[in-house]
Structures are given as structure tokens and as C-alpha cells.
Design a protein around this ligand. Sequence first.
Ligand SMILES: [Zn+2]
Length: 547
Amino acid sequence: MALTGGSLLTPKLFAQQASNPDLVVFNAKVITVDPAHPRAEAFAIRNSRFTAVGSNADIRNLVNAKTQTYDARGATIVPGFIDTHNHAVGPVLLYEVLVGNPFEVEFVTIDSIIQKLKTRAAQTPPGTWVEGYFFDDTKVKDGRLLNIKDLDQVSKDHPVAVHHRGGHTSFYNSKAFEMADVNSKTPNPAGGTYDKDSNGSLNGRVTDNANRVIGRVGKRRTLPPESETAGLAYMSKMFAKYGVTSVHHESGSPPVMQKVLAEGNLKHRISFEATGKALDDMIAQGIKTGTGDEWFKFGATMEHIVDGSFSERTMALSFNYPGTNYKGNVTTTQNDLNAWVEKVHRAGIQVNCHANGDVAIDMYLTAIERAQKLFPRADARPKITHCTLINDSLVRRIKALNAVPSLFTTYAYYNSDKFSFYGEDFMKRAMAFRTLLDAGIHAAAGSDFSPGPFDPRMAIQGMVTRTGWDGKTWGANQKISIDEALRVNTLNGAYNSHEENLKGSITAGKLADFVVFADDLYSIPMDRIKDMKIVRTVVGGKTVYEG
Ligand SMILES: [Zn+2]
């Protein structure tokens, strides 16, 4: 891959560049997210970077015969959105059975799920998995959980699984349990459960680590050879449509990313977060975080999982889940976590762990504090994926380490139907943008697609209102302003991957990534931010989406 540097222009070069713009945009309400110049009317672009930002008069002065001009007619322009946690599951979207809506709040019936899977089973040889994706337990019209009997109606000859979009729980039919040799007497493995109904029989739901036992049996369908590149190209198109110009990819394949880029089908910039063999190779070859170019860079690691899920109610808490004696799933030990964090940290790679509950965040911070003591590294910015439930002492430790949390974004809107499960006292400390920003912590936006939709408009609406699709408000003390929500979704995302000098604001010298809205973010009612029309998404001065 091309490893051209992402360094900024020197001031002198800058003045020359500014005087010969390729493109000038004027008559805009530019929200720059640059604290030095928060608002502007116009900007100039040359060689894929902003070269000047200012008033209409200032910038018009730079236009020459070769300059393209774009009259924004009063539209609002913001920096391109940065999603710091995304499982860009393009092949799933293109080739698998989707039993829920990946992008919006939509209710489905259990019958519709059964019918879709029956259709797939009819085209699938017995013994091969029939799987459904994007199930959301609180978006079901029937008002109950899917169970083993529902899925036995799909097939008795195929193992059948329906995966919750949260990624930590799945539902199986009898055939799947039988093939895995799991029955109602099988003990739960560490960090997972086979759930039972009130009679003690398997009800079909399996959580966290227990899924591994069932997932390893049976055959899987093979996808066409072009599925990976087609999937990424499709994902990239969707990112552009929603104004997302940079994405931290949880795993994926660098060669596939390079291929899609070379074919001209990559519309967003990638921070690649490695796991497994790719991470081992990075360590072995001495590839550090930050290696790469403006389109593809090695970022932090992929989320290393410490506990369960927020949306699926398996995260590790220091207290019981309401009405139970269950405290959630811790999926690793402190010793294993310490060893993993130390190994990655020593290799010069930005550490990233998935930690939702207060117990998991504490374990992760303990591991980082230990690694920093053994091997101090300045500006390491350990990344905390989700960082959902905080308390004062955790916030102090996050600040002291300058750790960078990547919080759920669309959940306040999309998952409000799950918060009654936790209660208001809990929600006052959950997805705590207000608390973290007030403490001077660079909280960023990490949609966690597929668990959450990644639409930044839905994210911003949730952050400023804390009100869900059902009209219910949870943890209103954690509301932030529109300006802050923009910063979370742009500049703080750039900071999350050590790229704040390259992107995240409309600032001369940075990459010309921006989004044009038809509506004014500041006058539209706050409960309609998610419906704001995106007129244009631009990456490196090139339009990648027009609405
Ligand atoms: Zn994730």
C-alpha cells in the first residue's frame, strides 16, 4: 500500500496553496468545530485539503479562472462525521437473511422471522446453518422473546440461529443444541449461559461465551468470492449517504480494503483495528498504530472483549441486575487481560478493549495502569470501547491515563425501549457524555454498528435530547449541546485515532471532508435532527454522495 505521510502543510506553502484553490464553497453556515474559529461563511480547497476558511469576501478573493465554485445558498456545513467503532458488516447486509432493520427503528413479527428463515432453509442443504441477523428483542410486535419452539418451526434438519444485533446473544433451534451436544443439564461455560424457561428446559437463548460451543458445529454456507469487496463497497456507499467520512473498522481485511480503494469504490477513510492473526503480524513486523496513509491506516486494536453487552443486558456490573442475582458476564480474567494489554502496549500499538459495565472498565483501567507502570509510553491514548457505566473514581482514572472512550451514539434514541430494564439511577451514569466532557475527557462517537444504527443525525439527536423513539427521556443530566455533540462526532473521533491534526474540523491544512445539510441544525426542532436532509457528502474535496 502507499505510505504517503499525512503531515500538515508548512505555513508558507499553505499561503501559496490558498491562492490557487481547486474549489471554493461560499454562502454557507460553516460550523467548523475548530475552537479557534467556530463559524465561517466560506472555504477554499486545493489538493484535497482545506486551504483557507473565512468570510465570503475573504474567500471569493481567492477565486481565479480555474477555480470551481459552489454556492451553498445558506446551507449548514459541518466536518465529515467520524465513527470510531463500527463492524462494517457489508457481506451480511448483502447476502444474509436480515430479520430486523439495520438502519432505523422498525418493529417486526416473529412470524416474519420464521417465514424468512424457512425460505432460506428451503435453499440450504440439511446440516448447514440457516441464520438470521439484526434481530432486536425490543423491536418485536409480539412483545416476547424469540424461543426454541419458534425456531423449530423453521427446520428440524438444519441448525438454525437468529443473532441479536447486539452480537452477544443468539437464539437456536433444537437441532443446533443437539448437534452441539448441549442439553438442559449442560453446565454454563465461564462467561456465558444457556438460558432456561421456568420448567428448566432450554429456551433457545444463549449468551456470550456459550455461543462458541454451539457456533463451532455444522457447516456454513459459502459466500461468492466477490462478497468481501462488494460488501465493503456497499458499506462505503451507505457511510457516504449518512455523512460518515471516516470509520474505525473492527477487523476486516486490509487487502480487500486496498482493492476497493484501488477500484475507486472507497468513499470513506479507514482506521483499521486489527485482531487475531492480523494483530500478531503487526506485532511481529513492528507495524505501529498510525502506519498508513490518509485513506487506510493501522489504528488501535479491535475491541478486546472484557464483558457482555449493554443492549442485551449481559454487561458486568458491581451490583445485581434488577430483580435477579445476576451481575452480567466477565469474559476474561484479570491476568489474561493484563498480559494482553501489556503485549499490545509494548508493541507501540494503541490498546482497545470493549468494557461496558463498571466492573469491566475497572479491570481494563487496572491493566493499563499496570502496563504504563512497566513500560511508560507518552500519549498512548488507550481506547475504551463503549465505556458505558461510569462512576467518579473511574472518571478520575480515565482522565489520569488520558484514555479515549468511544461511547454508543444512537442508543439514546434507538434503544430507549431497553432502559427501563436498568432504571433511571443507572441511566444517570450511563453513556455519560456530560460527565466525561466536563472532566476534560475526549469522549468520541462509536456507533458499534451492527448493534446500533450508525446515522450521525440520530446520534446527535439522542445526545442533545436523551429522548428515545418512544418519547421517553433517560439520564437527562447527561445531555450535551449541539456544538458538543458535533465535536464528539467529528474532532473527538479524530483525536481517538491520533488524527486531530489531519481531520475532524474545517480548518486550513486539514483534509477537506465535510457534509452539507439542507436544514439548519440550530433552528430545526431537536426531535427532528435525525430527519435533516443531507445534500452532499464530500471527502478530500470530492463529492461522494448527493441527496
Ligand atoms: Zn463492537
